[in-house]
Structures are given as C-alpha cells and as structure tokens.
Design a protein around this ligand. Structure first.
Ligand code: DHK
Length: 146
C-alpha cells in the first residue's frame, strides 16, 4: 500500500507555542500522532521543513512513491511558483490544508498558488482538521480523483 505524504511548511515546527490565538496549542508531534491514528493500515510519511527546496524534493519523492499528498505549505502557499510546478506533476489527489481560515485573514493570505492544482482545500478546522484530511484522502484515493 503506497503511503500518504503529509507535508508541512515553514514555522509549523513551532506549533504549540506559535500564535496560539490563530493556530491553537496542539504541537506538530500531536498532529502527527493523530494522522497516523486516522490512517490505520495506510502508511504515512509525515514531514516538516522550513526549506522550500526540501519541500519540493519531498513532492518529487511523493510523485514516485505516494498515493496522495496532504500539504500545509504555510507561507510558501502565497509565494512559491516552484512548489506549484512540482505539485502539478503529481498524478494522485492533493489536499491543500491550512489550520486557519486563510480567506478570513489579511489579504496577503488570500491568493494561493497551490489552489491552482490542489484537488481540494481544507482551511479553518484547526489542528483537529488534519485527521479529517487523512480520512478524506482515503476516499479520494479510492475514487481515483485528481
Ligand atoms: C500557516 C501559515 O504559516 C501561514 O503562513 C498561512 C497556515 C496559514 C495555516 O493556517 O496553517 O497563512
């Protein structure tokens, strides 16, 4: 069974302490545990980086090895054409995930490059939304949706 890649971008390693009024107090380790629990038998590659290059390298890896990508690109959502170009090459379903509702925040957080290729977008559910994204991904994989 091919793994689901759960990829997290810059500053998300600070979850738990970072702007709790926006991102809550759940840590990335707790989010990872929730994703693995929700995935059941499905293998999960759960990663975080503050590096755009590394994030793109993991998307390339998922192109060859993965069944689906759940990605919280964080600030790269609004800046990286390179990340968009990488995701465009992925043949499986892509869930763009944001802990906060980016559309209810400052205008700089409104225009997502990733949304131009993502299968679907989940935003504003808090950290508790990650396991829901894993379950949603399983249905997208079963339906072979891109
Ligand atoms: C996380 C970030 O780091 C911000 O740059 C995004 C996103 C929102 C989140 O809600 O998970 O704007």
């Amino acid at each position: 069974m091919k793994p689901i890649y759960v990829l997290n971008g810059p500053n998300l390693n600070r979850l738990g302490k970072r702007e709790p009024e926006i991102y809550g107090t759940t840590t990335l380790a707790e989010i990872e545990a929730g994703c693995r629990d929700a995935a059941g038998d499905r293998p999960v590659e759960f990663r975080q980086t503050n590096s755009e290059e590394r994030l793109i390298d993991w998307v390339h890896e998922a192109i060859d090895e993965g069944a689906g990508i759940i990605i919280n690109p964080a600030a790269f959502t609004f800046t990286s054409l390179a990340l968009l170009d990488a995701l465009k090459m992925f043949k499986g379903p892509i869930i763009e995930f944001h802990i906060s509702n980016i559309h209810r925040r400052e205008p700089i957080y409104h225009r997502s490059y990733v949304s131009m290729t993502a299968t679907t977008v989940m935003a504003g559910l808090g950290a508790e939304g990650y396991p829901l994204a894993v379950r949603a991904m399983e249905t997208l994989i079963a339906r072979e949706v891109r």
